[in-house]
Design a protein around this ligand. Structure first.
Ligand SMILES: *Cc1c(COP(=O)(O)O)cnc(C)c1O
Length: 287
């Protein structure tokens, strides 16, 4: 084990009221200033274990991704090189880097506007897009144990855990390790895609998927996303992520908004990504 043990875990749980309903929020956004949210949980395995031969991490995805930024933090802490492959970077982002992209560049990321190579040098660790990998369960089990301990200590009854999904990795492994029902919604692709993602990692014990009637496309701007984001901020004084949490809270409002439900909502971080989203939202709806 390396020296980072006991940091980057143990986030607080807080009670809030939203639209006159009580919720608990697991504040994984507060894990650490830079390495936080569910990406910190998913990549915790790579922070904590010895990787004698690794010199470089390679990954790919969008140039505003939360996973990209978190990997840049991991590589900075571990003194690894970080190569990140993207299809395309819009010229306005190249010229004025903001949010995750800016942060990752400052952490030393080498961005490559190229296809992901099929082979790498020996000392390379390849992380699939969004951190959808089995090693993620190492850190997610720690998250589950923190939730179990809190629920016992505070004597929770009929607790349900909710979190919005991208790859579904976090929700799936939480359901694996938690004795409570885990509910989620698909933010990237539809519910069928999310089921496939679950099956890719494990064939049973899947979380429950809640579905909105309207189809939402990942990364697109929706007035109701912006509205619920602002409402949450106003009523709870907590900033939630605009890509996943806005849909997450719309889903919670539709299906779980009554006093019978005792919900723990997992705040999965991603706030650095809000800077560029907020710019786009303000431009579209406030000007
Ligand atoms: C990555 C991310 C998710 C999705 O996590 P998955 O494990 O891929 O389902 C949700 N919320 C935020 C803020 C994220 O950064």
């Amino acid at each position: 084990m390396v020296q980072f043990s006991m940091t980057y875990t143990n986030s607080p749980t807080q009670e809030i009221t939203f639209n006159n309903q009580k919720f608990f929020i697991k504040r994984d956004d507060l894990l650490h200033k830079d390495f936080s949210g569910n990406k910190a949980r998913k990549f915790y395995f790579f922070l904590e274990n010895e990787f004698k031969d690794v010199k470089k991490v390679v990954s790919h995805g969008s140039c505003q991704s939360n996973a990209m930024y978190s990997l840049s933090c991991l590589c900075k802490i571990r003194n690894w090189k970080f190569d990140y492959y993207v299809d395309h970077i819009a010229s306005y982002i190249k010229e004025n880097p903001i949010g995750n992209y800016k942060g990752a560049l400052e952490n030393g990321m080498n961005i490559k506007e190229l296809e992901v190579p099929l082979e790498f040098e020996k000392e390379t660790l390849f992380i699939p897009e969004g951190g959808a990998l089995e090693e993620a369960k190492f850190g997610i089990k720690i998250l589950a144990d923190e939730i179990i301990e809190w629920a016992e200590k505070t004597k929770q009854e009929d607790l349900k855990v909710f979190l919005p999904s991208g790859t579904g990795t976090t929700a799936l492994y939480l359901q694996k390790y938690l004795p409570f029902e885990v509910l989620t919604c698909a933010c990237v692709g539809d519910s069928e895609y999310l089921k496939k993602q679950f099956n890719h990692l494990e064939s049973q014990n899947h979380p429950t998927i809640l579905q909105m009637e309207k189809k939402y496309h990942f990364g697109k701007l929706y007035k109701e996303f912006y509205q619920i984001h602002k409402k949450l901020k106003m009523q709870t004084d907590i900033e939630f992520d605009l890509l996943y949490d806005s849909l997450g809270w719309l889903c919670v409002s539709k299906y779980l908004s009554d006093e019978e439900n005792n919900i723990l909502y997992i705040h999965q971080g991603g706030l650095l990504g809000n800077i560029s989203m907020m710019q786009r939202y303000k431009y579209k709806f406030d000007s």
